[in-house]
Design a protein. Structure first.
Lengths: 270, 483
């Protein structure tokens, strides 16, 4: 009796809720698998998808976003064995859970009423900045990625992430887990390919509001800063989170880097 | 000649099925993670107030049972508090999920046991209970963010006594923050509505909550008093009447026991002449007839500006005539059964007092079932601020209409109460609404809405409506020692 031949997996990009090959038709080799090598056009498509998804995603109640991120954590837990090294996957799930709990706590912690010296009710509330670009670190591939996208999502942003050149599988598997959760299409977009090609294209995109760079590459970081200045993007650079604790210890800073603060004034009396 | 006769449209009965409800014939006490027979307690039936039929036998906890529960809670507390916050969070997330999954069953049982319309238990009580667990699950690993960055420690073992008007929801309001903060809890559900708390005990088992972290001890006032007096608790949270709350505060005098009280109210619902009148009428109805008026923050004092008083009263009376009173399990019912015979007597006594004092009473005509406890939605006009129906909490579907001429008069009259739980303001002028809101002595002020609740929004009273807040980060504070 012959041995059963395995059905091999075809990895794809995740753009606008669809699993697609790169429009360029290119691929790279990662281990035993072919992975798509996204193009600058794919980056533009992903930003457009993220922009389209931003309105509805940010308009959801904080409670609903929390529920969806919790559901995403459930989806990751059920596919944990596919996603990578167990200890890393567990921590990534817990990080997602941590930020699921932030959705309805960002406003009370970062916002407040301003005791202005005039008869006005003045309050300042955090709002998501918009579409956030994420440059994922090489290691740890899953935890390092989740630590960057989870705060952005919790705050109500949508995300386009460029996965590591050398370890893209964790991110591509994450796409498949999120794809069967309740995360709406376009809220997260994950692209594999050459960071040197894609990160500048993402950083230069005029419809991107913020860039979160965990690549650890100082030269790339400087280039992203220069590109950001063109449309005054918010930027954050940080080392990859290698543990749960590193991913949550500075939770507020991560959340602040992808939020705006809106102050509203309303007359009292008169 | 027009031979057409007028057609009276009515609703066909739309009863919710109870097929999926699997209640036991009798329930023990939930102590140390398991249901136990009472050691020195007794068993009493819990009845359906819409039919007066018993639903199940309920064990009432006696002194020895209470001691056992406190011992179990004390033993479980250090390990529970020592868990990383994110692990406590996972238990609370599980409980929230299980409430969502058993939502229909919980809604039906809540309605059977308490008499509230299914529409409310299904759309408000149960979803909000799950939402509270979700919200506080998310706080469990972020506690110091909720108290301005201060270092935190749990109180220890907490006693919690909840009322019969929102049985599962009040249990969630109490348990979720307590557990998130690392306390273990002993919850006493109300005498007339223990069932959903007991189903919550089953959910705690399904969630594999460590034994002893939650105890559910049904009972009457005797059980509650024993819990208050017991030496083994570090904090007590009570929701109920001001009279009982006063007794609890006195009983705890001189003891190192944290206390929060969420008590009665006689909340003002203020309608200005520039309000959207039809919207205000809906808000008045929701404010006072929601849950048969068994709501501590019910808008039971309705203040209408004189220039629109006749219009608002007339529209309100018309609207009241379309309220459907009856079978709480019917999905079209607006006003269900009064929770108990005792509460019905209390409502009847206060309404008679209102008539005797000279207020004009109107109750809607409605057919109600032969058995069960019912009270027709009632409107009092020609009410003076000194009348008992304008001063005392009725806790039933009874609204007293008073009038005012100026904003200052409205504020003064609204604040002229020993209570201060909530208030409503109806006006299209935002600047006026905020000015009135800041002048009102009430813990919650609703503008152009009423009886809105959310896990993120603090709830609690001024004055004799109690102290302490539930909901949002403020709701963590009573369950933490902070430095």
């Amino acid at each position: 009796m012959s041995e059963r031949l395995a059905v091999r997996k075809t990895y794809k990009l995740w753009i606008g809720g669809a699993f697609v090959r790169s429009e360029s038709g290119r691929h790279d080799r990662a281990g035993d698998f072919n992975i798509p090598r996204a193009s600058r056009k794919d980056v533009r498509d992903a930003v457009a998808a993220a922009r389209k998804a931003f309105g509805p995603w940010s308009a959801r109640t904080a409670y609903n976003r929390g529920q969806i991120l919790y559901r995403a954590a459930e989806a990751l837990e059920s596919r944990a064995s596919d996603l990578g090294e167990p200890r890393e996957v567990e921590q990534a799930i817990d990080v997602l859970l941590h930020y699921a709990g932030w959705t309805d706590k960002i406003a009370p912690v970062l916002g407040g009423v301003n005791p202005v010296a005039a008869p006005f009710l003045s309050f300042s509330l955090p709002e998501p900045t918009g579409v956030v670009g994420v440059i994922a670190p090489d290691a740890p591939p899953l935890l390092g990625l989740v630590a960057e996208i989870a705060p952005a999502l919790a705050a109500g942003n949508t995300v386009v992430a460029i996965l590591s050149d050398t370890a893209p599988l964790g991110g591509l598997d994450l796409a498949e887990a999120l794809g069967v959760s309740d995360v709406p299409g376009g809220v997260v977009n994950l692209l594999s390919g050459r960071r040197s090609e894609l990160a500048p294209a993402l950083g230069a995109h005029r419809d991107l509001n913020a860039i979160v760079d965990a690549s650890g590459d100082a030269d790339l970081g400087a280039e992203l800063d220069r590109l950001a200045s063109e449309t005054i993007k918010r930027t954050r650079h940080g080392a990859a989170a290698t543990t749960y604790d590193e991913a949550v210890a500075d939770a507020l800073s991560r959340l602040e880097s992808v939020t705006e603060l809106k102050t509203a004034w309303h007359p009292i009396g008169a | 000649m027009d031979v057409r006769t007028s057609i009276v449209w009515d609703y066909a009965p739309a009863p919710e099925s109870t097929d999926h409800v699997r209640l036991r014939d009798d329930y023990g006490l939930f102590i140390g993670g398991e249901f136990r027979a009472p050691q020195d307690g007794r068993r009493e039936p819990t009845i359906n107030p819409a039919t007066e039929e018993p639903i199940a036998q309920i064990a009432y906890a006696g002194e020895a049972d209470l001691r056992a529960a406190i011992d179990a809670a004390r033993a479980a507390q250090p390990a529970w508090a020592a868990l990383p916050g994110r692990e406590r969070a996972k238990y609370l997330f599980r409980i929230a999920r299980l409430i969502q999954e058993r939502a229909r069953e919980l809604a039906v049982v809540e309605t059977m046991d308490g008499g509230k319309p299914l529409r409310e238990s299904r759309d408000i009580d149960i979803p909000l209970a799950a939402a509270h667990f979700f919200h506080y699950a998310g706080w469990a690993d972020k506690l110091s963010y909720g108290v301005g960055g201060r270092a935190v420690a749990p109180m220890g073992v907490v006693g919690q006594i909840v009322p019969w008007n929102f049985p599962l929801l009040m249990a969630a309001w109490k348990l979720a923050p307590a557990l998130a903060c690392g306390n273990t809890a002993i919850l006493k559900p109300a005498e007339t509505t223990p069932l959903t708390a007991l189903l919550l005990a089953e959910i705690c088992q399904e969630a594999e909550l460590p034994p002893g972290v939650v105890a559910i001890l049904p009972g009457d006032g005797v059980t509650g008093a024993a819990l208050v007096r017991s030496e083994g608790i570090d904090k007590l949270a009570f929701t109920g009447s001001t009279a009982v709350g006063r007794g609890i505060q006195a009983a705890l005098a001189g003891r190192e026991v944290g206390l929060t009280l969420e008590l009665g109210g006689k909340s003002a619902n203020i309608v200005f002449e520039d309000a959207a009148i039809d919207q205000a009428v809906e808000g008045i109805v929701n404010g006072i007839f929601f849950n048969q008026g068994h709501v501590c923050c019910a808008g039971s004092r309705l203040f209408i500006q004189e220039s629109v008083a006749d219009e608002v009263t007339s529209k309100l009376w018309d609207r009241m005539g379309r309220l459907r009173v009856g079978d709480p399990l019917d999905k079209n019912t607006d006003v269900g059964a009064i929770n108990s015979a005792e509460q019905l007597q209390r409502i009847e006594a206060l309404v008679s007092a209102g008539e005797q004092e000279g207020a004009v009473r109107r109750s809607i005509a409605c057919d109600v079932p032969d058995r069960g406890y019912w009270f027709a939605p009632t409107l009092f006009t020609d009410v003076s601020p000194a009348h008992r129906v304008a001063v005392e909490e009725i806790f039933g579907p009874v609204v007293s209409v008073l009038t005012f001429r100026t904003q200052a008069e409205a504020i003064e009259k609204a604040n002229n109460s020993r209570y201060g739980l909530a208030a409503g303001i109806w006006t299209d002028k935002g600047a006026k609404a905020f000015e009135v809101a800041s002048a009102l002595q009430a813990g919650v002020v609703w503008q152009n809405t009423y009886n809105h609740f959310d896990p993120t929004a603090a709830f609690g009273g001024y004055k004799e409506s109690g102290f302490g807040r539930e909901g949002g980060p403020a709701g963590l504070r009573p369950y933490l020692r902070v430095s």
